[in-house]
Design a protein around this ligand. Structure first.
Ligand SMILES: [Cu+2]
Length: 562
């Protein structure tokens, strides 16, 4: 792919010096009327993260970028100016919009050069929570802070249950090493195997948040996972949570939940009923550990009048009940398309002279004198050797030759591994940091394979027509060099429903644009195709997409005349 490096930028790194830059602001809430214009400027900013200040990028000087609050059925005009580090586009994630404003470089628009600008016309046909981010080197630019939310207010005032307050929170992580953001290469994406995990969690752009709520208050949390690769499992012990919406609008059946899992780019809408005054924590909980996302103080001043009573009501969405009636037919139908998710991984370290020892990168105790797979997790055994130049890489690359882990303790890093596969098919942490940071698209290839044609990634040539409903089977194959979960994303040609996971019918429907396909899992989706154009399908782990896990498909405006 083109790399779109800023002319004159040092080839070996992006700028990192925050001195003289304006401090990043919290996001502004911009309520936009139909037809209104907005200016969105990409600029470097200085950002305080724990005990250090780092250089990041912001939309209009804030991280996250401004929240756009718009009405369903409206349209706004967004003038984007790029004063960032490299060419960019803005992708309006989850919105069904006009193809030429989808923000895919070279396919729907010419990239916006540094110093350049582009005008988007964005429309909002569906209520719910969406977001925007670049579509060039997201592994770098999204990590640097370029993301923001869009809240589309439904035309029907009774669409959502009553709540006292809306709180929008992005979930992210940032990799800090030696007081700086861990280096990126302008020439290639690194951490291609697992994606780049951060060691500082950011909620609403902040490493530690303090929120307040009143006793008996119902607060609506609008959650978006903007991380490169980390999956979040959000819990709030001591308060009650009710799941009311997902990627694109409300769920079929509201349900009380104790936790909500969000893969990169997924959204969840959760109503929280706070009880007695006290101290609570919004948490991210993995099978192995609990992280605090935000401290919440529940004060004694009673919310009144409170929608607490209506909180007990579990509502049903009539438009999804209608869809449910046709679901059995779709569950039984053979898939129209079958897409396999596989990995090819080369040895990261070149074998030296003499006998070679192979080991599992996740389970170092599993070794062999022959190539093969780890009996515990199915991963390809890789050559182990004393520290030396990694196979097929220049020595000047960051951390080249390093095999040790120098990540700070206390941030959830643990190289010892907790067993690939006992996290419910989700890689909750980077359990192979030393290997992961040396992986690039050159030695780690993530592949989508169309099982009917045999075509892989960009060679896949799917053609649909507006009005099609397409059943797509996603198969995350265990017979792969590095089995791992993948959040599979379809651009705005339409929306989809999850039909079944491993043959089990989805109990609670919601319109989606991203689905998490866990390790070894098969997920059937029903794609409702509504917008003509050239659209992308890809894994939303930024590093996987950069290593090729993507393709584009065409949607014709009308049925061809026979
Ligand atoms: Cu992936």
């Amino acid at each position: 792919m083109d790399q779109h490096v800023r002319p004159g930028a040092p080839a070996e790194s992006f700028p990192t010096d925050p001195s003289g830059l304006t401090e990043a602001l919290p996001p502004a809430l911009l309520e936009l009327a139909d037809g209104e214009d907005l200016r969105l400027r990409i600029d470097p900013v200085a950002k305080r993260v724990e005990d250090t200040t780092v250089r990041m990028l912001g939309y209009n000087g804030s991280i996250p970028g401004p929240t756009l609050k718009v009405r369903q059925g409206s349209e706004v005009i967004v003038h984007v100016t790029n004063d960032g580090d490299l060419d960019t586009t803005v992708h309006w994630h989850g919105l069904r919009l006009e193809n030429k404003y989808d923000g895919v470089p070279h396919e729907t628009q010419t990239p916006i050069p540094v110093g350049g600008s582009f005008t988007y016309r964005i429309r909002f046909p569906d209520p719910g929570l969406y977001w925007y981010h670049p579509h060039i080197r997201e592994d770098y630019t999204q990590e640097m802070g370029l993301y923001g939310n869009i809240l589309v207010v439904p035309a029907d005032p009774g669409y959502w249950p009553p709540a006292d307050r809306d709180v929008l929170l992005t979930l992210d992580d940032l990799l800090i090493e030696d007081g700086k953001i861990a280096p990126f290469s302008p020439a290639e994406t690194t951490y291609t195997a697992m994606g780049r995990f951060g060691n500082v969690l950011l909620i609403g752009g902040e490493p530690d948040r303090s929120l307040t709520a009143r006793a008996a208050e119902v607060v609506r949390l609008w959650l978006t996972n903007t991380a490169n690769t980390r999956v979040f499992n959000v819990t709030l012990p001591g308060a009650r949570m009710k799941l009311i919406g997902g990627d694109s609008g409300r769920v079929e059946h509201e349900e009380f939940v104790s936790e909500v899992i969000l893969a990169p780019s997924e959204r969840a809408v959760v109503d929280v009923l706070f009880g007695q005054p006290g101290q609570l924590e919004l948490q991210h909980r993995t099978p192995d550990r609990t992280y605090r996302l935000a401290a919440i103080t529940v004060t004694s001043d009673q919310a009144a009048p409170s929608p607490a009573e209506e909180f007990e009501v579990l509502r049903t969405a009539p438009e999804l009940v209608v869809v449910r009636e046709f679901l059995d037919t779709w569950l039984e139908a053979p898939p129209d398309k079958t897409l396999a998710l596989v990995a090819e991984m080369d040895d990261i370290i070149a074998p030296g002279p003499g006998p070679v020892l192979y080991a599992c990168p996740m389970h170092p105790e599993v070794t062999s004198d022959q190539p093969g797979r780890c009996p515990q997790c199915g991963m390809k055994l890789l050559v182990t050797a004393p520290a030396g130049p990694p196979a097929g890489r220049e020595q000047s690359a960051p951390h080249a030759g390093g095999t040790g882990d120098d990540h700070g303790a206390g941030h959830g890093y643990h190289e010892e591994g907790h067993g690939h596969g006992d996290g419910g098919g989700i890689e909750w942490e980077d359990d192979m940091v030393a290997v992961n940071r040396l992986t690039t698209p050159a030695n780690m290839r993530w592949i989508l394979v169309d099982r009917d044609s045999g075509a892989a990634n960009a060679a896949i040539d799917w053609r649909f027509t507006v009005g099609d409903r397409v059943k797509i089977r996603l198969v995350n194959e265990m017979d792969s060099d590095h089995p791992m979960h993948h959040p599979f994303h379809l651009h705005g040609a339409g929306r989809f429903l999850v039909l079944a996971r491993d043959g089990v019918a989805e109990p609670n429907l919601v319109w989606k644009d991203t689905v998490l396909v866990r390790t070894g899992q098969t997920v059937d989706i029903l794609f409702d195709v509504t917008e003509p154009g050239l659209w992308m399908a890809h894994c939303h782990i930024a590093e996987h997409m950069q290593s090729g896990m993507m393709f584009s498909f065409t949607v014709a405006r009308t049925e061809a005349v026979r």
